[in-house]
Design a protein. Structure first.
Length: 410
């Protein structure tokens, strides 16, 4: 998989609609540069949304797409003989994964519900059949759980919120996300200096969630977004390079020496969402597993390795060399997805100090993000750690309403 080269597409007038606009209205097709932005989104986004708009309850609070709530729902469902899905649930509660969950829950283990973190520990305790059958039953049962939590009422609510035209949350997220950075972080960010009029902003969302809640939120429908909004120009998007009016001299690609919150680049926008770990709408695609070196030793254990099934290097490795800006949002940045963090760090270490060097923005929820620990874990060469650390910018927040990016505050 590679980023599409929209520069050539537009310059060659590949679209029949654009050919018509050019011939009839003397439309401008001048395009300068393409910016590839990879956004990696974890379960924090779904949790935030369901806490606000979820319809199912446990102990008076909304049920979330987390393993703790999944376990509790399975326990509750066991006593409901009339449950139509009882066979699927019983199949799972008789599996080794449910037994391990229950044991760790009773022992009050710290990560009792995060079976992906302790999966490598139990591979030698069971047969391949027991482990495979357990994962299959987990897959089926979790699919039912997702349909229960992310039901049609929730989908309708998020659809209504996302399609509001006056305060379109998706457009605001994509155009003004730099407003979330502090002045100190913004001053050291190289990305806005590379942007200018007539650029293409190409967003690739890597959705680690099984649900399509993010897809719904970010989808640019015809009422909120017109791909040809101007009769005489194909540009359809305004990007704000300094939406917070940070007091810094702007030495970029244009002749503008100073930009502020009113400055915007008339540009072109593209978005795409991928689900490397499967989607709720395709139950058998849900991927559970770990990303651990111990699982790579032989074929027996590699069957429970995420990278083995997703073929990360084949499917996604090429994307990193073409990415200019990475954004991590709503993710615990844990070991189960460490392949992604290693690839990001590898990219940050290259072309340091000059374009097209890459950068990373991390949204850290209710805790301080330890850049040094992150870099030390995923960058082997000690000489590269300082340069990688300098390319990481952190946004700490306690509530998504404090953000512009992927928030629900209109």
């Amino acid at each position: 998989m590679e980023y599409s080269d929209y520069l050539d597409a537009y310059r060659n007038h590949n679209s029949s609609v654009e050919k018509f606009l050019v011939s009839k209205n003397d439309t401008s097709l001048e395009i300068n540069q393409q910016h590839n932005i990879m956004v990696l989104v974890g379960n924090g986004f779904d949790i935030d949304l369901l806490q606000r708009y979820g319809t199912q309850k446990i102990d008076g609070r909304n049920v979330l797409t987390i393993y703790q709530d999944f376990f509790k729902e399975c326990m509750l469902a066991m006593g409901k003989d009339e449950n139509k899905d009882n066979e699927v649930i019983l199949d799972f509660v008789n599996s080794i994964f449910f037994k391990e969950l229950k044991k760790r829950y009773k022992n009050r283990d710290k990560n009792w519900a995060d079976f992906e973190s302790w999966l490598p520990e139990i591979t030698n305790n069971y047969t391949i059949k027991e482990l495979s059958d357990g994962l299959n039953s987990l897959q089926s049962c979790f699919s039912f759980f997702l349909d229960f939590v992310v039901n049609r009422d929730v989908k309708h609510i998020i659809n209504q919120i996302a399609q509001q035209r006056k305060t379109n949350l998706a457009i605001r997220s994509l155009s003004c996300f730099l407003k979330d950075l502090s002045e100190e972080e913004y001053k050291t960010l190289f990305f806005p200096r590379t942007t200018a009029y007539k650029d293409i902003f190409n967003y690739l969302f890597v959705n680690f969630n099984f649900t399509n809640l993010l897809d719904n939120y970010i989808y640019l429908d015809k009422n909120a977004f017109d791909i040809h909004r101007d009769k005489y120009d194909i540009r359809n998007f305004q990007f704000y390079p300094n939406p917070k009016s940070c007091p810094t001299i702007y030495k970029g690609r244009t002749n503008t020496k100073w930009i502020n919150e009113s400055t915007s680049w008339s540009s072109i926008l593209h978005t795409r969402v991928i689900h490397p770990h499967g989607q709720q709408s395709i139950p058998r695609s849900l991927l559970f597993g770990a990303d651990d070196e111990s699982l790579e030793k032989n074929r027996r254990e590699s069957r429970f390795d995420k990278e083995y099934w997703t073929r990360y290097s084949i499917e996604y490795e090429k994307l990193f060399s073409q990415t200019q800006l990475f954004i991590i949002y709503g993710s615990s940045i844990g070991e189960s997805d460490k392949w992604w963090w290693k690839e990001i760090c590898s990219r940050l270490a290259k072309n340091y100090g000059s374009y097209p060097s890459a950068e990373l923005i991390v949204y850290s929820y209710r805790k301080k993000f330890d850049k040094n620990a992150f870099v030390k874990k995923y960058v082997k060469d000690s000489k590269e750690r300082i340069r990688v650390s300098n390319r990481i910018h952190v946004r700490e927040y306690n509530n998504s309403d404090q953000n512009v990016f992927l928030s629900f505050k209109s």
